[in-house]
Design a protein around this ligand. Structure first.
Ligand SMILES: Nc1nc2c(ncn2[C@@H]2O[C@H](COP(=O)(O)OP(=O)(O)OP(=O)(O)O)[C@@H](O)[C@H]2O)c(=O)[nH]1
Ligand SMILES: [Mg+2]
Length: 319
């Protein structure tokens, strides 16, 4: 029996410490992360990965909380990955999320993990993708990934998620005007949360208009625009239905397989690039040496061609 099968059984029997240990390694140990993929590959595919993104304070955590409770009540094994681009573990936002998510944790059915940012955003994206892969292989049915919709992270959510839920609030009206078409390239489902406030219906209409301008992320899928009051759980059931419909659409249209393949291809490309870069560095005598040579190129002492030639000759002599 392979390693993943052993882990899977242990985790399904409630071994929380094993799960925590694995997740910590995924987060901190890049080598483990890369080696793990090979083992995970044959076990992937069962989990619906939902990425939740949107501006700070839009109510993403509240919604994720409400969704997770509902999924769990349906008997689905549910996990939350909370990705925070700035807060360390002691950070206010993260702490706040944890307190708000206490209700979920009390239920004891939903697995929650905060992914702390270490190193680059790219590294975070990779750690998050691998964490989702691990949870998928261990038998989770639903993985909700909350990211803050700023800069790079917003695009990263596309890599990790099968379904992208964009959470907006009535106050987002102006930024929606600015990003119209772009929004549709990201979103599979859009929700206007805090619909208890002024302007929600207008924003819904604006988004529906914008929807017809942009290219949809999922072919043959019209992006539903819903409203919620996450704080009171209003609209959360229809939202979950929309997410489920998208998941069915992905499976039935063959789009899911296409995306997963694309994701793994990306992964392969990343790993090959990284490996080649490391070999290049080794040939030129490490990063410090390369930087010195680079300075020499900049000052005209040597040329880029000469530098590349050294790397290639080094390759020949060292095999
Ligand atoms: N009025 C109103 N407030 C809400 C609603 N949903 C959430 N909130 C409040 O909005 C605030 C932010 O909610 P969060 O769920 O933490 O928002 P978030 O998007 O996760 O925030 P960050 O993770 O910090 O970006 C909290 O005070 C919530 O209680 C809603 O439907 N209506
Ligand atoms: Mg949050």
């Amino acid at each position: 029996m392979d390693r993943i099968e052993t882990w899977k059984q242990a985790v399904q029997h409630g071994d929380q410490r094993l799960l925590a240990r694995l997740m910590t390694r995924v987060e901190n140990d890049a080598t483990f992360r890369e080696q793990l993929l090979a083992h995970l590959l044959p076990h992937l595919g069962g989990a619906h990965r939902v990425g939740i993104t949107g501006p700070p304070g839009a109510g993403k955590s509240t919604l994720v909380n409400a969704l997770a409770l509902r999924y769990a009540r349906r008997g689905l094994r549910t996990a939350i990955l909370a990705v925070d681009p700035s807060s360390p573990f002691t950070g206010g936002a993260l702490l706040g999320d944890r307190v708000r998510m206490a209700e979920v944790q009390d239920l004891g059915k939903v697995y929650i993990r905060s992914m702390a940012t270490r190193g680059s955003l790219g590294g975070l994206a990779r750690a998050t993708i691998r964490a989702a892969d691990l949870l998928d292989a261990l038998g989770f049915d639903v993985i909700l990934v909350e990211t803050v919709g700023v800069g790079q992270i917003e695009v990263d959510v596309l890599e990790v998620a099968d379904t992208v839920l964009v959470v907006l609030v009535p106050e987002s009206g102006d930024s929606v005007q600015a990003m119209k078409a772009g929004l549709m390239e990201i979103a599979d489902v859009i929700v206007v949360n805090k619909a208890d406030r002024e302007g929600a219906e207008r924003l819904v209409r604006d988004i529906q208009l914008a929807r017809d301008l942009g290219a949809e992320r999922t072919q043959g899928w019209q992006v539903p625009v819903l409203t919620t009051v996450a704080l009171r759980g209003e609209g959360v059931d229809p939202l979950m239905e929309a997410l489920n419909r998208h998941w069915s659409h992905l499976k039935e249209s063959g789009e899911l397989e296409k995306r997963r393949k694309e994701r793994l291809w990306q992964e392969l490309e990343d790993q090959v690039r990284e490996a080649l870069w490391q070999r290049f560095l080794a040939r030129v005598g490490g990063e410090d040496a390369l930087r010195r040579s680079f300075e020499a190129v900049l000052s005209g002492e040597t040329t880029l061609e000469a530098l590349l030639a050294v790397a290639q000759e080094g390759g020949k002599t060292h095999g």
